[in-house]
Design a protein around this ligand. Structure first.
Ligand SMILES: [Zn+2]
Ligand SMILES: [Zn+2]
Length: 337
């Protein structure tokens, strides 16, 4: 069996039935799986997904303070810019284009560190990266961890139900996981430690990184605009952390064929270019499925790509040594008569 067929922990309901058709669990089944796989008392190997949702819950008090205590036009504007544009673009720059696709390389570990820590630490790299390789290998097929045909909840809770790595990988397969994560700079478990924790990420390092990252950013935001700004931006990060989970369902047309002539050139899967995720985060998802290793996904004049602007900027100042840009390939293949 190929590595990407079994690197993820399959849900109890399985990826496909005996006919090879996608299993579409109902919401009840999905929720049962979700809470079962968050239960760290039943299995400590669930810890990473658990910590990831604890972070989201920790942001709720900030959200309440933002709404009931600090709400004003300027905090709303700050929250919008931070939660939509900065968090969104950072997800594209870091988790998506760098950690998963290796679309560009940093000149040194310092700039990689800076880029990693540039926003509030929320999504664990390992959960995003490994499953996203599977998503590209099996887009809209059974086994795709956020197969839009599975429905909204299938995608929304995928980070717990479908994206964590399997807990019973062989030593060779775990080495392959390690290789997929090596360039991210996230220090990983040895195979022995993996057998104990069920993850690549190390619990202590993961929690320390989270706490230090949040403390640093709270202090910076507080110095810039007091508790009002700090709470508003933390609230915005929480809204982003929930909202981003809807992207995979939307980005693949809710499981329906809604690709448009002259906009979506890749017809191998159901990915679509959508204006909003494109403009705020550079996620021109149909373009991205055409050229996944490109550090730029906005190819047409109106396809603003702020993640690309950031990568170019780092290249200008020498922080990025190399990047791949497929814009010309796209133009030659799809726009030149
Ligand atoms: Zn996709
Ligand atoms: Zn991708």
């Amino acid at each position: 069996m190929a590595f990407l067929d079994h690197v993820l922990q399959p849900p109890a309901y399985g990826w496909q039935d005996t006919q090879g058709e996608l299993v579409r669990p109902n919401v009840r089944t999905i929720l049962k799986e979700f809470f079962g796989r968050l239960n760290v008392w039943r299995d400590r190997k669930n810890w990473l997904a658990f910590v990831s949702w604890v972070k989201v819950f920790c942001l709720i008090p900030f959200f309440l303070l933002f709404v009931f205590q600090f709400f004003s036009w300027w905090t709303l504007l700050a929250a919008f810019v931070y939660g939509m544009i900065i968090m969104g673009t950072h997800g594209t720059v870091w988790h998506h284009r760098y950690c998963t696709h290796g679309a560009y390389r940093f000149s040194n570990g310092f700039w990689r560190f800076v880029t990693r820590q540039l926003t509030l630490n929320i999504i664990p790299e390992e959960i995003y990266v490994i499953s996203h390789h599977v998503h590209h290998a099996k887009s809209d097929q059974p086994g795709d961890p956020y197969n839009a045909e599975g429905g909204f909840w299938y995608c929304f809770l995928a980070d717990v139900n479908h994206q964590p790595i399997a807990k019973d990988l062989s030593e060779d397969d775990y080495k392959r996981v390690t290789r997929l994560m090596a360039h991210t700079g996230v220090k990983g478990n040895t195979y022995r430690q993996y057998q104990h924790w069920g993850s690549f990420a190390r619990p202590l390092a993961t929690i320390a990184t989270w706490v230090l990252n949040w403390a640093f950013w709270y202090a910076i935001f507080y110095l810039a605009g007091g508790h009002a700004l700090a709470c508003s931006l933390f609230a915005a990060a929480g809204v982003w952390a929930v909202g981003v989970r809807t992207f995979n369902y939307d980005g693949h047309g809710h499981g329906k064929d809604i690709q448009r002539e002259g906009i979506d050139y890749n017809r191998a899967d159901r990915s679509v270019n959508q204006l909003w995720p494109g403009l705020v985060a550079g996620e021109w998802h149909n373009n991205h499925h055409l050229y996944p290793k490109s550090a730029r996904s906005g190819f047409k004049f109106y396809q603003l790509d702020m993640a690309w602007i950031y990568i170019r900027l780092l290249h200008r100042v020498g922080a990025v040594s190399h990047y791949r840009d497929d814009k010309q390939n796209f133009i030659n293949k799809y726009l030149t008569p």
